[in-house]
Design a protein around this ligand. Structure first.
Ligand code: RTP
Ligand code: MG
Length: 135
């Protein structure tokens, strides 16, 4: 059984020139690319994407950051793709993230942790619709 997940290389990842590195890790894992686009997120899309965090104190900063430059949005597909990518990404806090994971290898701050991956089938469906309504 295959599933799909929405992955973002956030603006810090694009700025640092590691889009290829992240996409390469996704492909090497065996996940298949279904859609991929470089885009500058409108504020409304960012707020909708992170709506679950709208009451958190860091929400403003999170929206500023994710809209602060171009990002790469992609959809990857494969068996347990959601869990598989979350494992590749590592823990939210990059200092706690294991070396060998994307966040563990490339980031130091929780607010600039390089990638996003959907955290459940419901979020994946919602986020894929938000970023790629044509899919
Ligand atoms: P993401 O949604 O970006 O894939 O990250 P996640 O599931 O691992 O973590 P989540 O709890 O959904 O948090 C979303 C993003 O908010 C930022 N954050 N900042 N300052 C803080 O305490 C704090 N906590 C979370 C992170 O950039 C996180 O990726
Ligand atoms: Mg999340």
């Amino acid at each position: 059984m295959s599933e799909r997940t929405l992955i973002l290389v956030k603006p810090d990842g694009v700025r640092r020139g590691i889009v290829g590195e992240v996409v390469s890790r996704i492909e090497r894992k065996g996940l298949k690319l279904v859609a991929l686009e470089l885009k500058h997120l409108p504020r409304e899309t960012a707020e909708a994407h992170y709506a679950e965090h709208s009451a958190r104190p860091f929400f403003g900063e999170l929206v500023e950051f994710i809209t602060g430059g171009p990002l790469v949005a992609l959809v990857a597909e494969g068996p347990r793709a959601i869990e598989a990518f979350r494992a590749l990404a590592g823990a939210t806090d990059p200092v706690a993230a294991a070396p060998g994971t994307i966040r563990g290898d490339f980031a130091l701050e929780i607010g600039e942790n390089i990638v996003h991956g959907s955290d459940s089938p419901d979020s994946a469906e919602r986020e894929i619709k938000l970023f790629f309504p044509e899919l």
